[in-house]
Design a protein around this ligand. Sequence first.
Ligand code: ACO
Length: 322
Amino acid sequence: RPSLGITALGTYVPEQVVTNADFEARMDTSAEWIESRTGIRERRFAAPGEFTSDLGVKAVQDLLVRDPDALREVDAVICATATPDALFPSTAALIAGQVGLVGAGAFDLSTACSGFVYGLSMAQGLILAGTARRVLVVGAEVLSRLVDQDDRNTAILFGDGAGAAVVGEVPSGYGFQNFVLGADSAGGSSLYAPCMADRLPGGFPMEGRVGMNGREVFKFAVRVLGDSGTQVLAHSGLTSADVDWVIPHQANIRIIEAANARFGVPMSKTVVNLGRYGNTSSATVPLALREALDDGRVQDGQQLLLVAFGGGLSWAAGTLKW
Ligand code: ACO
């Protein structure tokens, strides 16, 4: 079978910087509490009138600046997002329409913060099945508008951003090795954003914009990041010693440290940028990978491990030779 991987990668973050001090000024929290509990110092918020599709389009434009030919042969578009512009049309279709991909298959993918890694796996499947030649995978979010900005439990965690990757054929020996995907609705009551229903199956009432039991999500995240990272390395015939860089979902520095300890890769080999962007959900993995490519940390031929978790509760891990 052909080797498939990421052939182009672009990102975008909005201009407005919101610091921990900004939260301290308007709610019962402190900049020190936020940084010490999460590692987050600041995040970006979309401008009024700037929506998920706008962020996604800007990430695709960044990709095109780097490689003007990148969208050639793209015939499917996946947008991983928890904050779509609308239930329909899909945000993927809206992005496709603005970047010259009218007619490509387009759909949104709902696994919250795991969405980008899920999307890479879906793209690989579409190509291997012969349904698509190349696939554009976008992770884009305006979480700042989904969360209640007066709820200190959630507001401080999230930021807005986008990443866009083209998945296609790469030279033999490079690209994706394996993916592990999972979900467990038993954790649904620990992290939810209501839409059509006011309760979960079984009767758990969903209240507010985003409901979260931070301690439960924390424990879940450490377990599934650790376990799925271990599993995907084993499926790929790799050990933790083979990993050059972990590119984790950026939710909380303490989650990343604890999960790394479980699959056995040191923090010195882990890309962390949540201090500047907070949790941008499906955009964290492409934002971290793009940064590590731009500053020369990730280099040709290196072994990457991608790990993510999110609402669902869901998780996704992937191995990739860059
Ligand atoms: N400022 C000050 N105090 C706060 C704040 C705040 N912003 N938020 C909560 N607190 C309080 C709580 O009310 C609690 O008070 P109490 O003890 O009187 O009840 C106290 O701080 C301690 O709360 P803990 O839950 O013990 O704090 P913890 O160390 O677990 O940190 C945090 C909380 C940061 C939320 C952590 O649990 C966490 O990161 N969990 C994971 C959350 C996450 O990643 N969510 C995103 C999932 S991805 C997706 O798909 C959307």
